[in-house]
Design a protein around this ligand. Structure first.
Ligand code: ADP
Ligand code: MG
Length: 252
């Protein structure tokens, strides 16, 4: 479980202070996906960086499975927007990277990696370099890496936004299937309302200046393809988009 209480982050640059997050509280129950949506600049990436332990200068409380945020003691899967693949390493080495650093490589991991790559359809790409792959393929490699790690929590920063619409929807399904099997506690940041409504059991709507939680919605139809193509889904998307608009925000 991820429990965030009264979180505030102030960035200091030169003599200027900028409050990126204020009064942010949210709880992500163990094994669920929380989709965070909100306009550019509302502090979504900052929220993920605090949860990942990359930003330590904050006030308030952040607990993961009851303990402190500790990248040393926890397995934190982080998927940045640009896939985070190292261009000078092959696909296979990129996939092994996080596990190698965390635990060292084992025979058991070799077996698991094979199965995962097969499931993701990337078993023929292992000898290539990231720049020799399409965006969708790079995204699959990035998913393989993070799921191979078997993280305690998974943090995804707009993971599918650089993809074209068709590939993005395909990758949402790929993620949904992997997640359903693994049931990892996940925060998924997105600026696509439909992505949040499809993949999040909980949808947190953030507003900007300063970034804070405007609304929390529970979504019991998460992951259902029938829900995704229903008139109710469409109506809910429109409603959410309107809300974001009336908050004075821009979104795609
Ligand atoms: P989002 O991911 O929602 O677009 P960010 O978390 O990246 O928002 O940024 C929130 C706000 O904090 C923005 O106004 C941004 O300009 C500012 N910000 C982000 N990182 C820094 C930094 N390292 N120093 C100063 N300001 C920052
Ligand atoms: Mg961001």
């Amino acid at each position: 479980m991820i429990a965030i209480e009264d979180l505030a982050v102030v960035y200091q640059r030169a003599q200027q202070k900028h409050t990126a997050l204020k009064n942010v509280s949210l709880t992500v129950p163990r094994g669920t996906v929380c989709a965070v949506i909100g306009p550019s600049g509302c502090g979504k990436s900052t929220l993920l960086k605090v949860t990942a332990g990359l930003i330590r200068d904050y006030s308030g409380q952040v607990r993961i499975n009851g303990g402190e945020v500790s990248p040393q003691n926890l397995r934190i899967g982080f998927m940045p927007q640009n896939y985070g693949l190292l261009p000078w390493q092959t696909v296979a080495d990129n996939i092994r990277l996080a596990c190698r650093i965390k635990d060292g490589w084992t025979a058991e991991k070799t077996v698991k990696m094979q199965a995962l790559c097969q499931k993701l359809g990337i078993e023929d790409l292992l000898g290539r370099y990231p720049q020799e792959l399409s965006g969708g393929q790079q995204q699959r490699v990035s998913l393989a890496r993070v799921f191979l790690l078997e993280p305690d929590i998974l943090l995804m920063d707009e993971p599918f936004s650089a993809l074209d619409a068709i590939t993005r929807e395909e990758m949402q399904d790929v993620f949904r299937d992997l997640w359903e099997e693994a049931g990892i506690t996940t925060i998924l940041v997105t600026h696509y309302v439909e992505e949040a409504l499809y993949l999040g059991q909980q949808i947190v709507l953030m507003s900007a200046h300063p970034g804070t939680v405007a609304e929390v919605m529970v979504n019991k139809w998460q992951g259902s393809r029938a829900w995704k193509s229903s008139p109710e889904f469409f109506a809910k998307s429109q409603e959410l988009k309107e809300k974001i608009k009336t908050m004075g925000a821009r979104t795609l």
